[in-house]
Design a protein around this ligand. Structure first.
Ligand code: ATP
Ligand code: MG
Length: 558
């Protein structure tokens, strides 16, 4: 985790840029977050969000939200709304600066015409196959027989491309840069292509669409972005980004800075694959609590604080990094340990009868809501002769070192209530244990012996069978068994799925205080982990809890 301590190089660059004599001396730092609305945001996007919005915040600047809908495919209103909701949930706000990349199509077109007029762009008519053939290699420059097409001719053809005279791929508009460049992005890149496709916002107004590498710098420049922060795969595109802002008459010259994408083990962070998992039914939806999407994580019980904290500690690195999923759990556990109320729930119940407690009698005992927050006080829970305990807190035949209940075993503490001793058990005709029997010490109310004797057994949790509420509990494990899921094809990816990533327990018993539980809320089920009511399926009639994270910590910071 060396990144945690390393200096944030983006902030260092920006400090230089806004200092006296710097390229943006005296200007407001202005960034943007440009998601493509073709899926839901995932934890990788959070890193970008925190870099974009967080950097603006740090420098007292602004950050725009811009839907990158330059491509006329797959965008969907559902995704636009979900992206906005997720960003607000994380605690960031774009105020009134919400844009669509497609809003600049007219401007993109004008700047393309400007390039043609300057002799810096030409209409090329290589077919896609010829284009590949003439691409050249490191030792051979690319070729285009159309490079020296007269300006007037290119202007005319480009206007007719827009007017819809030609079929897809018949012509392209290419920037005239350098066919021999070692950077293939600079070998006269295509900046416009013909696509007779409907655009979700522009309708059928356009049949030519700008390429991202041309449209993106223009969008940034028109919005007055000073620092265009993006992930590392755009590093080789930076010369083209700069070429565009230098050669068209845009009002601002933003600077592109790249950072490494966030990778996390045991999951995939690519909308394409996440989408396929949803569409092919391997998960219950984008918000399935096993998904690394923000809506999935929210439903799983992640808090904005835990996610922001995670991203901040992972840091901003220039080199690619894969972070253990366990570290994400660690950040959540740390947050919930502070904030979550402690309650009692029994996931795999077995009946416990306190044989010397009078039938029909009941009392209340007090338990602390959160030992980390004494100000949260205590609550009353009922206690009676009939309780539920965890089935594995009893063994008919003890194993070595077993300190919980077994016949004639050690005295155990029922959390917050009394000391008990197991005296025996009952079975059904098949020999299955149906009931554990115990006696209690009436002088140990609260859980401590009156005479100060040492309690040798464990403290176990329980719920009162008279008042307990039934619940369904969903336990989650890693979505993928493989640390690095094989993304070479969907088929191989599916092979790496963990078939046991979801376990549903339907016969759970939770204390009565949870009968109105509703998301968002999180609880520590004592001895079991952190749980939250499921935001979709939990109702007063049918309680459903998700395990956010177990208590056990498998992450060891170095
Ligand atoms: P995906 O592969 O999931 O589709 P993308 O880059 O196509 O990702 P966009 O919607 O274009 O998704 O991403 C918006 C912003 O989020 C971009 O600036 C992109 O660089 C950034 N981003 C996406 N994934 C990650 C990641 N894993 N780590 C950091 N930043 C990311
Ligand atoms: Mg993208």
């Amino acid at each position: 985790m060396e990144e945690i301590t390393s200096k944030n190089f983006i902030h260092a660059f920006i400090e230089e840029d806004i200092a006296e004599g710097g390229r943006y001396a005296g200007q407001t730092v202005h960034t943007r977050f440009p998601p493509e609305p073709n899926g839901y945001l995932h934890i990788g996007h959070c890193k970008a969000l925190i870099i974009d919005f967080g950097t603006a915040e740090k420098f007292g600047g602004l950050c725009n939200l811009r839907m990158d809908d330059t491509n006329p495919t797959k965008e969907d209103v559902e995704f636009v709304e979900a992206i906005k909701e997720d960003i607000h949930w994380l605690g960031f706000d774009w105020e009134d600066r919400f844009y669509y990349g497609s809003d600049y199509f007219e401007k993109d077109y004008e700047y393309a015409v400007e390039l043609i007029k300057k002799g810096l762009a030409y209409v090329c008519e290589l077919t896609p196959d010829e284009f590949k053939e003439f691409r050249g290699d490191l030792n051979t420059p690319a070729k285009s027989p159309w490079r020296d097409r007269p300006i007037e001719e290119s202007l005319d053809l480009f206007a007719r491309m827009r007017a819809g005279e030609f079929e897809d791929n018949k012509y392209t508009l290419r920037a005239k840069i350098d066919l021999a460049s070692g950077n293939f992005n600079m070998r006269d890149p295509v900046i416009y292509r013909i696509r007779h496709m409907h655009h979700h916002r522009q309708g059928d107004k356009w049949c030519i669409y700008p390429m991202y590498d041309f449209a993106h710098p223009i969008q940034d420049a028109l919005e007055g972005i000073t620092h265009s922060l993006c992930s590392l795969e755009f590093e080789n595109h930076r010369p083209l980004y700069n070429w565009v802002v230098e050669n068209v008459s845009v009002p601002h010259h933003p600077r592109q800075i790249e950072f490494a994408r966030l990778g996390i083990d045991h999951t995939v962070l690519s909308k394409r694959y996440l989408r396929a998992l949803v569409e092919e039914g391997y998960v219950a939806g984008w918000d399935d609590p096993r998904m690394p999407t923000l809506c999935g994580m929210r439903r799983r019980g992640f808090t904005p604080a835990s996610i922001r904290n995670f991203c901040e500690r992972v840091g901003v690195a220039k080199s690619p990094n894969t972070i253990p999923l366990a570290f994400l759990d660690f950040c959540l556990r740390e947050d919930l340990n502070e904030s979550a109320a402690r309650v009692m729930a029994v996931l795999k119940p077995i009946k416990l009868t306190i044989t010397n407690y009078p039938e029909g009698q009941s009392e209340t005992v007090e338990v602390e809501n959160n030992p980390n927050r004494p100000e949260d006080g205590v609550r009353q829970i009922t206690f009676s002769r009939n309780l539920w305990i965890e089935a594995d807190d009893f063994l008919a035949e003890p194993i070595p070192k077993y300190k919980r209940l077994f016949p004639d075993g050690p005295e155990c503490r029922l959390k917050g209530a009394y000391l008990i001793k197991c005296t025996g058990y009952n079975t059904d005709e098949n020999g299955n244990i149906t009931e554990v029997l115990a006696t209690y010490d009436p002088d140990s109310r609260g859980g401590d012996p009156a005479d100060g004797r040492k309690v040798k057994g464990a403290t176990i949790h329980w719920v009162d069978a008279e008042t307990a509420v039934d619940a369904e509990v969903r336990l989650y494990d890693n979505l993928f068994n493989a640390a690095e899921p094989d993304t070479s094809s969907m088929e191989s990816l599916v092979k790496d799925l963990n078939p046991n990533s979801l376990e549903i327990l339907t016969n759970c018993k939770v204390e009565a205080s949870l009968k109105d539980a509703k998301a968002p809320a999180s609880y520590q089920f004592m001895r079991l982990g952190y749980f939250c009511p499921d935001s979709k399926d939990c109702t007063a009639e049918h309680l459903v809890f998700n395990r956010c994270v177990s208590l056990k910590d498998s992450f060891k910071p170095q």
